[in-house]
Design a protein around this ligand. Structure first.
Ligand SMILES: *[C@@H]1O[C@H](CO)[C@@H](O)[C@H](O)[C@H]1NC(C)=O
Ligand SMILES: *[C@@H]1O[C@H](CO)[C@@H](O)[C@H](O)[C@H]1NC(C)=O
Ligand SMILES: *[C@@H]1O[C@H](CO)[C@@H](O)[C@H](O)[C@H]1NC(C)=O
Ligand SMILES: *[C@@H]1O[C@H](CO)[C@@H](O)[C@H](O)[C@H]1NC(C)=O
Ligand SMILES: *[C@@H]1O[C@H](CO)[C@@H](O)[C@H](O)[C@H]1NC(C)=O
Ligand SMILES: *[C@@H]1O[C@H](CO)[C@@H](O)[C@H](O)[C@H]1NC(C)=O
Ligand SMILES: *[C@@H]1O[C@H](CO)[C@@H](O)[C@H](O)[C@H]1NC(C)=O
Ligand SMILES: *[C@@H]1O[C@H](CO)[C@@H](O)[C@H](O)[C@H]1NC(C)=O
Length: 402
């Protein structure tokens, strides 16, 4: 039923309704007739909930703004949801478990606080303003094959997962303040972030193409797991400010380029990317604040400009990398007769048939993780990705090597 307090509000505003504000704390719309009652409100002050027996089609044209949330939960009947007028949702545009919904057309919607669509598994048609302002976007388990209606320049969180039809995600995003998560979408998914300059954290999995031509800074960590791309390039990336860089289980990967990367504040993990023949793509890398751990089928490893690795340096390959091991040994800690550029334990093993089985974040010879009162560990603890462990363990390795 329509919440009672809406009715007096409507009565009170009378015929000047289209210019008016209707105050509802939460109103539930259970039919098109009830949706039409909102048509005379310019602003709906409060939250609008579409009830689970709404009928197949709901059009909430009329209002330009809903100050609270717009929610549809556990609704198996709605097929079309639309509004030609709504531009702004002050709270969350939330749809969860809306199993028959095929079309969402909010042709004027440009701004929401958060957009959270989860288990809207038939949703195939989407038209928004396009959406240009949102702090957080979660799109999970839909039938969408494009997200062109979402075109943000910046946001805090963007999570796109389990959208099996999604084959292209191309956006003007310039910066992202918190986390970008992309995983388990269509297996042909191509991700293009042509304008992205800095990003706090990203975790990218199951993607077939990934492009970040403008990326300069990763403030936190970047993690790439189980992707299908053959090459990865970060032509403008100079450093990470706090976190790790990790590539694990990207079986097709055979070429990587990081021509400008000079510093990784956390650790570097490259493991079980079995197509990768060499790890020689860090021509300028000087400092690593955590550990370096490499596992794979590569025949050559080279870090020509290495100056300082705070943690362990741990390399193992299925192939014969003895020559590379000998070359890298010069950077080993003084206790291992090197020049001390690597502060943690240096390990390098060739012809290890099981090299690819060890993909975790810990490095061998690192001892216990001890974060007590350690500045570096405290900084790393703010990073949410598991690979942050690499930084923590590295500090322990450093400590035990002293
Ligand atoms: C999803 O919504 C349907 C109604 O359409 C309900 O019967 C079902 O229990 C809901 N599922 C979950 C997991 O909440
Ligand atoms: C990330 O780094 C860039 C470049 O240094 C900086 O402008 C931006 O404010 C940083 N963002 C966050 C969230 O720290
Ligand atoms: C998708 O990536 C995850 C890692 O995040 C992995 O566990 C999973 O096996 C991958 N799925 C496929 C189909 O490759
Ligand atoms: C890469 O960085 C350089 C120098 O900052 C800049 O001139 C160039 O436009 C950047 N390239 C891209 C594709 O953003
Ligand atoms: C290594 O990666 C392959 C995919 O390329 C995956 O099937 C396998 O499970 C991974 N092994 C480990 C130990 O993670
Ligand atoms: C690797 O990629 C870079 C740039 O993306 C390209 O210039 C280079 O030729 C590639 N190398 C191989 C061996 O494919
Ligand atoms: C990587 O090495 C493992 C173990 O020797 C081997 O089984 C696998 O075929 C190799 N993969 C490639 C692509 O060389
Ligand atoms: C991680 O790697 C270390 C060192 O190789 C090993 O001792 C440990 O058992 C591994 N942990 C897991 C969860 O695989």
């Amino acid at each position: 039923m329509f919440v009672k307090n809406l009715l007096p509000a409507l009565v009170a505003i009378g015929s000047v309704a289209a210019q008016s504000t209707c105050t509802v704390s939460t109103t539930t719309v259970n039919s098109q007739a009830e949706a039409t009652k909102l048509a005379s409100c310019r602003t709906v002050k409060g939250t609008v909930v579409i009830g689970s027996e709404s009928g197949a089609s709901i059009d909430i044209s009329g209002p330009k703004e809903i100050t609270g949330d717009l929610r549809v939960l556990d609704n198996g009947v709605m097929q079309d949801f639309s509004s030609t007028s709504l531009t702004t949702i002050g709270g969350s545009f939330q749809m969860k478990n809306v199993s028959s919904l095929a079309s969402v057309q909010f042709s004027s919607l440009t701004s929401v606080k958060t957009l959270e669509w989860v288990s809207v598994s038939r949703l195939a048609t989407l038209k928004l303003g396009p959406l240009t302002k949102a702090d957080e976007v979660i799109i999970s388990d839909t039938f969408l094959n494009t997200l062109d209606s979402i075109n943000l320049k910046t946001t805090k969180k963007f999570n796109i997962n389990n959208n099996g039809q999604l084959t292209k995600f191309s956006t003007q995003l310039e910066s992202l303040e918190d986390d970008l998560n992309i995983q388990a979408n269509g297996i042909d998914l191509e991700v293009d972030l042509p304008n992205l300059v800095w990003i706090a954290n990203m975790a990218i999995a199951n993607v077939t193409k990934f492009s970040v031509p403008s990326l300069e800074v990763v403030n936190g960590s970047a993690r790439f797991d189980s992707n299908y791309f053959a090459s990865f390039s970060a032509p403008n990336l100079t450093h990470t400010e706090e976190g790790d860089i990790s590539f694990v289980g990207n079986g097709a990967l055979n070429n990587m380029t990081f021509p400008k990367l000079t510093a990784i504040a956390g650790g570097l993990l490259i493991a079980n990317n079995t197509g990768l023949g060499q790890v020689t793509f860090f021509p300028k890398l000087e400092t690593v604040g955590g550990a370096v751990k490499l596992r794979g089928n590569f025949t050559e490893v080279d870090f020509p400009k290495l100056e300082n690795v705070k943690g362990a340096f741990d390399v193992s390959s299925t192939a014969d990398i003895k020559k590379s091991c000998e070359k890298l040994l010069k950077y080993a800690p003084k206790t291992q007769n090197g020049n001390g550029k690597i502060l943690g334990t240096f390990t390098c093993t060739a012809n290890n048939a099981k090299a690819n089985e060890d993909t975790n974040d810990t490095t061998s010879g690192s001892g216990n993780v001890d974060t007590n009162g350690d500045e570096k560990s405290a900084a790393g603890a703010g990073v949410t990705f598991p690979a942050a462990l690499l930084g923590l363990v590295a500090v322990a390795a450093f400590a035990s090597a002293l």
